[in-house]
Write a protein that binds this ligand. Structure first.
Ligand code: HMG
Length: 391
């Protein structure tokens, strides 16, 4: 079942924003009972980008420690997955390539299919490494999730970036074949080019996600994948962490297993720790789930983990990863904790001001207020060009 040679995730690092909005603050503003957020959707807080942060600064912050550890010599491809793109032509990855000083002999490209983009990037990266096993591919998944103020989706925003170094003989997770695949043309969530925030049919999107779980699992089984009880844990895409519980319950149900709540908690519980406080990081979300699992679980060496990646619209993929011996020596537990703990809490008025902020489209010189304390910032929009700075 393993692919010809071992290829997979050699390093994983994530970054999130300067600010955080606790759900207690949102609940106090809109009169929602806090139990709906804390228990009903399973969210405690959500990351909020500063005026001078965006998918590029987050992506660079996530990838910088990976470059510091492994260098750039073997990286010949950067794939940047996002659904909150900042330009219709230029890949956000080219800005990151420049901020991180990657060699000019690199191909850089941006990929999009809602929250599924990072998994497409991972699978394409595996194909490239298969062709040239000396090559490493840097996959960056970075998103800022925005719904309209005072809409039901508002409580499920968030922002983060994950950098994955894909390589042969990976130090963390070997990605196995086959994959289970599923595509269906549905309008559950989308964002037309002229809109800054997503449009969503909340209940329809949950139903579409569950349908995709069923579809990918059916194909995975038909392709000769593992049996359900061979997996030690499941990393689901988590628009809100209760969705992972719903998805796993649905998978057990449709596969003829009992849906015992303790079993569901054991299968997905550890994967939700970072997403519960970061919120929906779209493309990065499944891999934030993986980071939380690896950072917290007792030894997972040799265990199989199931991954379910879902992107509205919709495309989904189920695949397995096997945890590599010695993986714990390569984790970034302290740095991940710090990325979460360093955020400054916002009050509701400050969050609202950031949410409604946008650049004028007049081509003038528009410096951004220096709010972030991170290594990378969006300094200005000048002559329609985004100007980034490295501190
Ligand atoms: P809503 O209508 O505000 O909430 O929308 P609700 O009425 O459905 O309640 C949510 C849960 O809280 C329910 O539990 C309530 O019972 C419970 P459930 O029935 O689901 O088990 N509840 C309480 N629990 C405890 N104490 C209380 C209490 N009150 C209620 N006092 C919704 C929720 C998620 C739909 C909304 O936030 C939304 O539209 N979010 C955006 C869409 C979304 O996240 N969809 C998920 C699937 S699609 C996806 O994952 C793709 C996506 O990431 C985009 C992409 O791919 O790019 C979104």
């Amino acid at each position: 079942m393993a692919s010809g040679s071992a290829i997979g995730i050699h390093d994983l690092s994530f970054a999130t924003t300067e600010f955080v909005l606790p759900h207690t603050e949102l609940a106090a503003h809109n009169g929602t009972e806090i139990g709906k957020y804390h228990l009903g959707i399973g969210q405690r807080s959500m990351s909020v980008a500063a005026a001078d942060e965006d998918i590029v600064t987050l992506g660079a912050a996530a990838a910088e420690p990976v470059i510091a550890r492994h260098g750039t010599d073997r990286i010949r491809t950067v794939v940047f997955a996002t659904e909150s793109s900042i330009d219709q032509a230029k890949s956000a990855g080219v800005y990151v390539h420049s901020l991180l000083g990657l060699p000019s002999a690199t191909r850089v490209v941006e990929l999009k299919q809602a929250c599924y983009g990072a998994t497409a990037a991972l699978q394409f990266a595996i194909g490239l490494v298969h062709r040239d096993p000396e090559q490493q591919v840097l996959v960056i998944a970075s998103d800022v999730s925005k719904y309209e103020l005072d809409s039901p989706g508002e409580a499920t925003q968030g922002a983060a970036a994950v950098a994955l170094l894909v390589s042969r003989n990976p130090a963390l997770v070997r990605i196995d074949s086959p994959s289970g695949l599923y595509t269906a043309d549905v309008m559950d969530f989308w964002r037309p080019n002229y809109r800054d925030s997503a449009l969503v049919d909340g209940q329809e999107s949950i139903a579409a996600y569950l349908q995709a779980v069923e579809g990918t699992w059916k194909d995975y089984t038909e392709q000769g994948g593992h049996a359900l009880d061979e997996f030690s844990a499941f990393c689901y895409h988590q628009p809100f962490t209760k969705m992972a519980h719903k998805a796993h319950r649905h998978l057990l149900n449709t596969s003829g297993y009992d849906t015992d709540e303790d079993d569901i908690k054991r299968a997905v519980g550890l994967t939700t720790a970072y997403n519960a406080v970061v919120g929906n990081s779209y493309t990065a979300s499944v891999y934030l789930g993986l980071a939380a699992l690896l950072d917290q679980a007792d030894d997972l060496t040799g265990r199989s983990i199931g991954f379910l990646s879902y992107g509205s619209g919709s495309v989904a993929e189920f695949f397995a990863g096997q945890i590599v011996p010695g993986y714990r020596e390569h984790l970034r537990i302290k740095e991940h904790r710090e990325a979460i703990d360093r955020r400054t809490p916002l009050d509701h008025a400050a969050y609202r001001a950031l949410h409604t902020r946008s650049f004028p489209a007049d081509g003038g010189d528009h410096p951004t207020p220096a709010q972030t304390t991170g290594a990378f910032r969006l300094a200005a929009l000048r002559g329609h060009k985004r100007i980034y700075e490295r501190r």
